[in-house]
Design a protein around this ligand. Structure first.
Ligand code: ATP
Ligand code: MG
Length: 450
């Protein structure tokens, strides 16, 4: 796109050309050809070290993606293998629909394939349909289906964003606050290993448009995972790749407040008497339930509702996040859930059937909501106390006094915690019940005893 980039690519082609012209790689360095090879090797080594972004870019992935998008058949063909047995040199070329692309060389088959893919990529870029198939696209395609894509730069995140600061680390991903230089605005960027689970997460997020669900902007993949310097939370340009075959999905979302509902509950629990807790809790619950009604209307289940996954927007409005376990009502596969069950701590928000059965429905979210509502209202001062009563709560045995203090909420919560999913109310019914409780508040029909 500019002279420097074109020169850089031309120089690289020339170096590769020079190397390919002389297959006597092992000739002694005193001879002219050897000298040429030595200098070419050392220059290309230096170049590779300098040009890390080119080395880290997953060109194999880009070619695979391109061929998949354009319905082209492709193969990586081993052209020859030279060198001594302990240090072989592989030559591969990409063949797409019968057309052969330049040979790539490497010390391993993977390296040679990657170089061949790089050369094919450069040739293909000149083709008319390259941009429309592979270049940056908006997060949702014309039919509204979300898409993720490989950007031919591994450091997209660090080149486009600055002021990167870690916000949180969950079971599967890291979340950063980062400023996009173009818009000069802050976003949250979640980075996860690119697996089916991650694809589902962006797929659902891109479909949602609701004031109580965290807003999704876009997603892209990179071959390495950004990791901030652990000694400082502030901006760091370190980019590390823990597994060379892995792809990482970067999910750009709206930035929410650092304070999650978990923090809100913990803060409330440190205050002895808070007259506003009940009313504020109701406002929060109504918004969470609004979001859940919307999710269920799309025939999806969140499956991981818990205070740490409920955030707040700029105006204090509820934002449901972490759709890492989202699934359709018809989805059978539960590998992710099993993985999650192993990772979760002692305090679980999972419905009983979610732990033991492979089939369940949207009512798992209602069970979690019941537990959340209880925690939002009840002052539990220590973690030990919570651990002690948690199993009882899950079994609909709420502490003595709770039903006296919160009679309507008690009734609603116990219905939400029914062992049988079919006995639990639908999200829309919970919404109506909360509105009724709200009405009672505004009509002062229930006492506001501390
Ligand atoms: P998973 O549950 O799939 O393993 P996770 O728990 O690793 O995912 P999230 O729950 O999405 O990831 O995020 C972890 C934490 O990062 C959250 O608890 C929250 O503190 C913070 N966070 C996530 N998304 C945002 C956001 N959009 N704005 C601000 N903070 C966020
Ligand atoms: Mg989470």
């Amino acid at each position: 796109k500019n002279k420097k980039e074109a020169k850089q690519n031309a120089a690289k082609q020339a170096l590769i050309g020079l190397k390919l012209q002389d297959p006597n790689e092992s000739s002694t360095s005193g001879q002219p050809n050897g000298q040429l090879n030595d200098s070419v090797s050392s220059i290309s080594d230096k170049m590779t070290k300098m040009n890390m972004s080119s080395k880290e870019t997953n060109f194999i992935g880009i070619i695979n993606h391109y061929c998949q998008k354009t319905n082209r058949h492709h193969d990586f063909m081993l052209v020859r293998k030279t060198g001594l047995s302990h240090c072989p040199i592989f030559f591969y070329k990409v063949v797409i629909d019968g057309k052969e692309y330049p040979e790539g060389e490497g010390k391993t088959a993977k390296e040679a394939k990657q170089n061949a893919a790089h050369l094919a990529y450069e040739t293909l870029q000149e083709q008319s349909d390259w941009n429309s198939q592979v270049s940056f696209r908006s997060a949702a395609s014309e039919d509204g289906t979300p898409s993720s894509f490989s950007r031919p730069q591994s450091t997209w995140f660090t080149s486009e964003f600055d002021s990167i600061e870690r916000l949180g680390r969950g079971g599967f991903g890291r979340v950063y606050k980062a400023r996009r230089k173009l818009e000069e605005r802050f976003f949250a960027v979640k980075i996860v290993r690119f697996k089916e689970k991650a694809r589902r997460e962006v797929g659902a997020l891109a479909e949602f448009q609701h004031p109580n669900i965290v807003r999704y902007y876009t997603a892209w993949t990179e071959p390495s995972e950004y990791k901030s310097d652990s000694s400082s939370e502030s901006d760091s340009t370190s980019q590390s790749s823990s597994d060379s075959s892995a792809q990482y999905l970067y999910i750009q979302m709206e930035l929410c407040d650092k304070k999650t509902l978990k923090v809100w509950i913990d803060e409330k629990n440190t205050q002895r008497r808070d007259h506003k807790r009940r009313e504020e809790g109701l406002v929060i619950m109504k918004q969470i339930v609004n979001g859940v009604v919307y999710i269920h209307s799309k025939r999806l289940l969140h499956r991981d509702l818990k205070p740490a996954n409920i955030m707040f927007g700029r105006e204090g409005e509820v934002k449901i996040g972490d759709f890492g376990l989202v699934t359709t009502e018809d989805n059978e596969s539960d590998e992710n859930l099993i993985e999650r069950t192993k990772r979760t701590g002692t305090k679980s928000y999972m419905a009983p059937e979610q732990k033991s059965h492979s089939t369940y429905d949207r009512k798992v979210d209602i069970f979690a909501l019941g537990l959340i509502y209880f925690e939002v209202l009840c002052n539990i001062s220590t973690h030990q106390e919570r651990a002690k009563i948690w199993d009882d709560i899950r079994g609909q045995k709420l502490p003595t006094g709770f039903s006296l203090k919160f009679p309507q909420e008690h009734k609603l919560i116990t219905s939400m915690l029914c062992a049988m999913p079919e006995d639990r109310p639908e999200a829309s019914k919970v919404k109506t019940e909360l509105e009724l409780i709200s009405l009672c508040f505004s009509n002062l029909l229930i006492s506001r005893t501390p």
